[in-house]
Design a protein around this ligand. Sequence first.
Ligand SMILES: NC(=O)c1ccc[n+]([C@@H]2O[C@H](COP(=O)([O-])OP(=O)(O)OC[C@H]3O[C@@H](n4cnc5c(N)ncnc54)[C@H](OP(=O)(O)O)[C@@H]3O)[C@@H](O)[C@H]2O)c1
Length: 334
Amino acid sequence: MKHRTLGRNGPEVSAIGLGCMGMSDLYGPADRAESLATLHAAIEAGVTLLDTGDFYGMGHNEMLIREGLEGHRRDDLQISVKFGALRDPAGGWIGVDCRPAAVKNFAAYSLRRLGVDHIDIYRPARLDPATPIEDTIGAIADLIKAGHVKHVGLSEVGAATIRRAHAVHPICDVQIEYSLISRGIEDEILPACRELGIGVTAYGVLSRGLISGHWSQARAGATDFRGFSPRFQGQNLEANLALVERLRSIAAALGGSVAQIAIAWVLAQGADIIPLVGARRRDRLDEALGALDLALSSEDLAALAEAIPAGAAAGERYDAAQLAHLDSEKKASA
Ligand SMILES: NC(=O)c1ccc[n+]([C@@H]2O[C@H](COP(=O)([O-])OP(=O)(O)OC[C@H]3O[C@@H](n4cnc5c(N)ncnc54)[C@H](OP(=O)(O)O)[C@@H]3O)[C@@H](O)[C@H]2O)c1
């Protein structure tokens, strides 16, 4: 396994992390036994960074990871946990709470569900508009002083928020969507992270399966995020799958798969970027880890830039209501 350091202040992690969300939530039904087998296979292959959120299946994902950790050395792994998103019993999204007392309460429950004595990287999933980011980060800093957390991360925030947060306590990484077809971070967020020595854990590197080479329209069910995500609908989907066909011919020429080329492209954008892949089956995991053996040359990157220019995707990465809540979509320079 190759390794990368999560920002100037963070831990060394595997060059690809495993995002566990889809094992519990948002991508339709998951096979529990296969999810656990995938977790074990990932750890055995040397993946050390495991990403979750306390709201992924309302605690289900953390309890699954606890089972997946059995038989493995906890100290070899870095567990990244997001908090703050509020759900109702039907799974509806009912707001964000990142007040200091809420942060400490969420952490207490996560530690218990995960069965660990510390969380490696703890991060608010979204900016809470009612709570200054300084207060939220201050609460995580208290958890660090008490030994319950090791590092502070952020998720889907813009450059101005990153600077404010980093002034309170060093931030090790910002988790944010980044892929061949989601390039929004390149203008302000990535430069700010680089200036401050903050890493990026990139999610959606396969655009939630859209640019994996395996997507078919028949697969988005009613409880699936992709059932209402703009890029997966009607003409947008057709246009986006046409981009995938361009990727497929480049992949064939390079001897890789579509998913591997997409992941390798993210890996090639800088040693400070760690892709999180959402594999929940061992065959998908194997394919994803194969990207580590694909070093793209400058000619390959130029061919990809021509095939998929920035802004090529049809449709936004979230629907309008969700986009409106993303601090990362607000320009710091505006
Ligand atoms: N901070 C945030 O706001 C945020 C938001 C979303 C996700 N995340 C984190 O990022 C992680 C990654 O999620 P993502 O949706 O962004 O991941 P992704 O890797 O872009 O997409 C995962 C989807 O792609 C499919 N896929 C096809 N081939 C694959 C392959 N070779 N390897 C992996 N997946 C393949 C999966 O397949 P199948 O359906 O066949 O299993 C799954 O449906 C999540 O698990 C979560 O931890 C964070």
